[in-house]
Design a protein around this ligand. Structure first.
Ligand code: CP
Length: 316
């Protein structure tokens, strides 16, 4: 993994993904020991799109490993506003930083950046395409709740068209196999065909597509709620019509298994009523914390930094 970029999780083997999850778990129990691991290293966060969790957790991860952070949050603060290309921006920043995390509204922007940069680039979300580090946080949360990633029925609910975290998560779970996906969305926000094809190509995975959450919630081990992505709609009326398609509240949760885990990449708008936060099945703030831990694991791994006391299994 040393010196490589992470554009999608296809850039890693399942062994390497598992190793990152193991490392994140180790970091959680050894925060003091790892606190100086990245001393002298510098992360640049180039965020062309709004973010709270992803940017701050990338930055917190580096700071908690003893490194430092530079960057911009919003292209208007940088020379991007004068028309500078992504390639020129990352070539420039490669002279300053040891590693770059980039978020951009256009699909493929992280790939372009990774080809131009002289240092590892991490995709922090490219348009409606992929959000691999969110998937690492999701996998860490599912593992912490169930002790495994396979043999589960995973419902994904809401905006399955534009929700890049959904696409990353399905594709990655398909690689581990043994997942029954229940895809819950309005007709207009169905899962893209290339993601469906991925499920079809995974011999031990299956899927169903439904519109009604209450009809299937009792079957689910994981319910992954998503926000309807206003910023990716061309038409305001369509967004207003679809935005409240699904609202998880205490009444609907009463139909679910007592062991079900509710995940959401956040931010939420109306998809999960605040009353659900107090239910032990709500796992979305655990997911936020896991996001920081997996980014600590990823940053240290791509930089080739050893964590004191951690013994790598040497995944290929
Ligand atoms: N989950 C996620 O990507 O959140 P932000 O948009 O706040 O970074």
């Amino acid at each position: 993994m040393i010196g490589r970029s992470l554009v999608t999780l296809d850039d890693l083997s399942t062994g390497q993904i598992q190793e990152l999850l193991d490392k994140a778990h180790y970091i959680d129990g050894h925060r003091g020991e790892v606190a100086d691991s990245c001393k002298g290293r510098l992360l640049a966060t180039l965020f062309y799109e709004p973010s709270t969790r992803t940017r701050l957790s990338f930055e917190t991860a580096m700071l908690r490993l003893g490194g430092q952070v530079i960057g911009f949050a919003g292209a208007q603060q940088s020379s991007v506003s004068k028309g500078e290309s992504i390639s020129d921006t990352v070539k420039t920043v490669s002279n300053y930083a040891d590693i770059i995390a980039i978020r951009h509204p256009k699909e493929g922007a992280a790939l372009v950046a990774s080809r131009a940069a002289g240092v590892p680039v991490i995709n922090a979300g490219d348009g409606g395409h992929m959000h691999p580090t969110q998937t690492l946080a999701d996998l860490a949360t599912i593992t912490s709740r169930f002790g495994r990633l396979t043999g589960l029925t995973v419902g994904l609910c809401g905006d399955l068209t534009f929700g890049r975290t959904v696409h990353s998560l399905i594709e990655t779970l398909c690689r581990f196999g043994g997942v029954n996906f229940v895809l819950i969305s309005p007709e207009e926000l169905k899962t893209p065909q290339y993601v469906i094809d991925c499920i079809k190509e995974s011999p031990s995975c299956s899927y169903t597509e439904v519109k009604d959450l209450t009809q299937v919630i009792g079957d689910l081990d994981v319910l992954y709620m998503t926000r309807v992505q206003k910023e990716r709609f061309f038409n305001e009326d369509d967004y207003l019509r679809l935005r409240d398609s699904y609202i998880l509240d205490a009444g609907k949760l009463a139909l679910a298994k007592r062991t079900m885990a509710v995940l959401h990449p956040l931010p939420r708008v109306n998809e999960i009523a605040v009353e659900v936060d107090a239910d032990p099945r709500a796992a979305y703030f655990e997911q936020v914390r896991n996001g920081m831990l997996v980014r600590m694991a990823l940053e240290s791994s791509l930089l080739g930094v050893e964590l004191p006391g951690y013994e790598s299994v040497g995944a290929a």
